[in-house]
Design a protein around this ligand. Structure first.
Ligand SMILES: NC(=O)c1ccc[n+]([C@@H]2O[C@H](COP(=O)([O-])OP(=O)(O)OC[C@H]3O[C@@H](n4cnc5c(N)ncnc54)[C@H](OP(=O)(O)O)[C@@H]3O)[C@@H](O)[C@H]2O)c1
Length: 287
């Protein structure tokens, strides 16, 4: 478990929900969410752009109504979309997400990307106005923790120059091929919890011979190997999985004692080009 600087507690691992609708129908996802709750999953990561807020909200409402889990024990995390950045539009986007999710409060609200397309010149001012709205929502108790995604240290420093409340979370792409070591270190030194999106590199972890052999050595699956390696670096991974079997596998992170040679192998897999080819990602590295 992780404790944010405002003493809010987050679990060791969460569940990503991007592209879930590509593999499952809405009613199957609702059931999957109920089953995930039954099996100890507590953190659900969504975003307006994934189109899963409504279905996740419905699944969680069902789990709560059936006494599978208490609302206080669920962490619902969603994001401010690029096109909604700005003070007034952030307040409106938050209300839209709250309505879609069908909840009174949202647990974690994150700015999705630092530099919305077309805002290369004025993203600093834009981020600061969005952040002012995020602070207000936090102070009003409508959200329990606020943070960012995909922000490099210089993007966070810009917010810090104007903020009353520093970001509590930074959700970054992190997996063996893209480790973001400097950004992770900087965030952790600034008491910002790092979450890992794409922790399984969209499934590539399971295709790697090297990781398969290492996983075999520790009697775990490749997914568990990588999730254990991340949590040992105090990073909260949010793997996405479409079946209850995989969700359970990802929730059960084994206490691996990595041999030094394996740590070195994992470390050596890092590459500057190892990130997902999202247009935002490539572009923002230059600003
Ligand atoms: N903040 C951001 O900018 C951002 C960007 C991208 C993603 N995210 C978040 O991060 C979450 C995770 O990232 P992701 O979905 O891109 O990729 P991911 O979690 O790295 O990988 C998901 C893939 O791994 C497979 N998988 C999961 N567990 C497995 C297991 N135990 N064994 C074998 N295969 C397994 C899944 O298969 P099945 O689905 O077939 O089970 C899916 O194909 C997203 O869902 C989203 O919530 C955030």
């Amino acid at each position: 478990m992780y404790t944010l600087r405002n003493q809010m507690v987050l679990p060791r691992v969460g569940l990503g929900t991007a592209e879930l609708l590509e593999r499952r129908t809405a009613s199957e996802i609702e059931e999957l969410i109920v089953e995930a709750c039954k099996n100890g999953c507590k953190l659900f990561d969504t975003a307006p752009v994934y189109g899963t807020e409504e279905v996740i909200g419905r699944g969680l409402a069902k789990a709560i109504a059936n006494n599978v889990i208490d609302r206080e024990d669920v962490i619902i995390s969603t994001k401010l979309s690029n096109e909604a950045q700005g003070y007034h539009s952030t307040l409106q986007a938050f209300e839209d997400s709250r309505e879609c999710l069908g909840v009174e409060y949202i647990d974690v609200y994150l700015i999705h990307w630092p530099i919305p397309k077309g805002h290369e010149e004025d993203y600093r001012e834009l981020n600061v106005s969005s952040w002012k709205a995020m602070e207000e929502l936090y102070q009003q108790g409508k959200v329990k923790a606020i943070g960012v995604c995909n922000f490099l240290p210089r993007h966070i420093e810009n917010i810090l120059r104007h903020a009353d409340i520093p970001p509590m979370v930074n959700q970054l792409e992190i997996h063996p091929w893209y480790q973001q070591i400097e950004t992770v270190r900087w965030c952790q030194e600034h008491d910002i919890l790092v979450e890992a999106w794409g922790p399984l590199n969209h499934g590539a972890v399971m295709q790697s011979r090297k990781l398969e052999e290492m996983a075999h050595k520790y009697y775990v699956s490749p997914a568990q190997l990588v999730l254990a390696w991340l949590t040992q670096r105090n990073i909260l991974p949010i793997p996405k999985a479409s079946s209850i079997k995989r969700i359970c596998e990802n929730q059960e992170i084994p206490p691996i004692v990595f041999e030094e040679e394996d740590r070195i192998i994992l470390h050596s897999m890092d590459s500057v080009d190892g990130h997902a080819a999202y247009w935002n990602y490539k572009r923002q590295l230059n600003f």
